[in-house]
Design a binder for this molecule. Structure first.
Ligand SMILES: Cc1ncc(COP(=O)(O)O)c(C=O)c1O
Length: 416
């Protein structure tokens, strides 16, 4: 059975939360741009650099330890996505991984082929495909969302996807609107037409258990620095595509996973830290989510997310209640407390007569960390018409935030 949410224990697992500035606490409301790092991640990174600092492939102790750590990190990332260790590629960040895969995937695209992109996405899941489409004379079609409901018009998929569709790319959760999209539905439509399907899970992985088997996609990627880990990204690659794609690799490096799509020496410490972040979620599962500490890693991870989801729902309720009471605040995203399962705790809004940058500065003056702008969600910002006026203000919460922090944040917004 799940235990009561222990806010103090959860916060103690994030050393960054204890940092004070001239005696003032920090209020981190910048999670969608990057979360605070779990202690478990730091421990893992420290140990990697102290105890196994060598390249892999040697017969001596540190090299063997580096290789063992790399394999363990791939297995851990597999558990995070409900995939196998040999279906995982680590990279610097999601953007560079998508550019690399766009290059590899588009090698056999032909003039007159088509791809389908989705309008809510961060440009990391747009520009790589768009660039290759332009080079190859491939037509780009768009799945649009409603600027009133902040959801996709899924019925339009049938008209967008056809026999010449080579790729369908979509995002699990929007970094601007917070909407959780029905990616399984978009992927199913792409697969039915024989297209390669790509999911950007950068904004869902901090909040929901991601399951590539349930989604059914060929590629899925998330950035560890948005889920309590270091600056790195993890990509799932379905076995059929993994074996079919020609990798960008130097000739002497192994053609087997995990080396196949990892050119050059990887950041072993970032892989270790990513594993630590995943173990943090699993730790929540065992301590607060009711999972057996001896249960398989995936099971503990899912239980950890379930515990975090219940807490984040409470934070969302407090935020939405308070935001509704601020005169003239316009929220860009689902606002109903009855639709919390349809969103992550990322809230974009405008205050009447206030430039978003000025509001972000007023918050910063209170040691509240939050962003203004449109966050590289270029298509979505265009669709909403918010680009020219400085975008929006965005506050994004994570399971380490407290309801009191949300109230403090609302107070600062009301004062602004
Ligand atoms: C939804 C989404 N996708 C992709 C990215 C880019 O990730 P990275 O910085 O790892 O390239 C971001 C970053 O904010 C994002 O929010």
């Amino acid at each position: 059975m799940a235990a009561r949410w222990d806010m103090e224990a959860v916060r103690a697992a994030f050393p960054g939360l204890a940092v004070r500035d001239e005696g003032r606490a920090r209020l981190y409301a910048d999670a969608p741009a990057g979360t605070q790092v779990a202690a478990r991640c730091l421990e893992r990174m420290n140990r990697a650099l102290v105890e196994s600092c060598a390249n892999d492939g040697g017969s001596f102790r540190t090299s063997r330890a580096a290789e063992a750590l790399m394999l363990e990190a791939h297995a851990g990332a597999g558990a995070l996505f409900n995939a196998g260790a040999d279906e995982i590629v680590f990279g610097l960040n999601t953007t560079s991984l998508f550019f690399a895969f766009a290059y590899m995937l588009s090698r056999d695209w032909k003039t007159g082929d088509e791809i389908v992109l989705t309008r809510m996405d961060h440009d990391a899941n747009v520009a790589p495909w768009l660039t290759m489409a332009q080079e190859k004379g491939v037509t780009v079609r768009w799945l649009d969302f409603s600027p009133e409901s902040f959801e996709y018009d899924y019925a339009a998929l049938d008209g967008l996807i056809g026999p010449r569709t080579r790729l369908v790319a979509c995002s699990h959760a929007s970094n601007l609107l917070g909407t959780i999209n029905d990616v399984a539905r978009i992927v199913a439509a792409g697969r039915a037409a024989g297209a390669v399907t790509v999911v950007d899970a950068v904004q869902s992985a901090p909040h929901l258990p991601v399951d590539v088997k349930a989604i059914g996609c060929d590629i899925l990627c998330a950035s560890a620095y948005k889920f309590f880990g270091p600056h790195a990204a993890v990509l799932y690659l379905a076995p059929a595509l993994r074996d079919r794609l020609t990798p960008l690799k130097v000739r002497p490096s192994p053609a087997a996973m995990p080396w196949r799509f990892a050119p050059g020496t990887p950041s072993f410490e970032a892989q270790a830290g990513t594993l630590g972040a995943i173990e943090h979620m699993a730790g929540l599962g065992a301590t607060l989510g009711g999972a057996d500490p001896a249960a398989p890693l995936r099971e503990r991870i899912v239980a950890g997310y379930a515990a975090a989801i219940a807490h984040e729902a409470e934070l969302m309720r407090v935020f939405l209640d308070g935001a509704a009471a601020i005169p003239g605040l316009t929220l860009y995203g689902l606002s109903s407390p009855n639709r919390l399962e349809g969103r992550v705790p990322t809230f974009s809004f405008r205050l009447p007569g206030k430039h978003p940058a000025a509001v972000a500065q007023a918050l910063a003056d209170e040691n509240i960390f939050a962003w203004a702008g449109s966050f590289y969600a270029q298509e979505a910002a265009g669709r909403l018409g918010i680009g020219p006026g400085g975008g929006v203000n965005r506050v994004g919460l994570a399971h380490y935030n407290t309801a009191d922090e949300v109230r403090r944040l609302l107070g600062a917004l009301a004062a602004a």
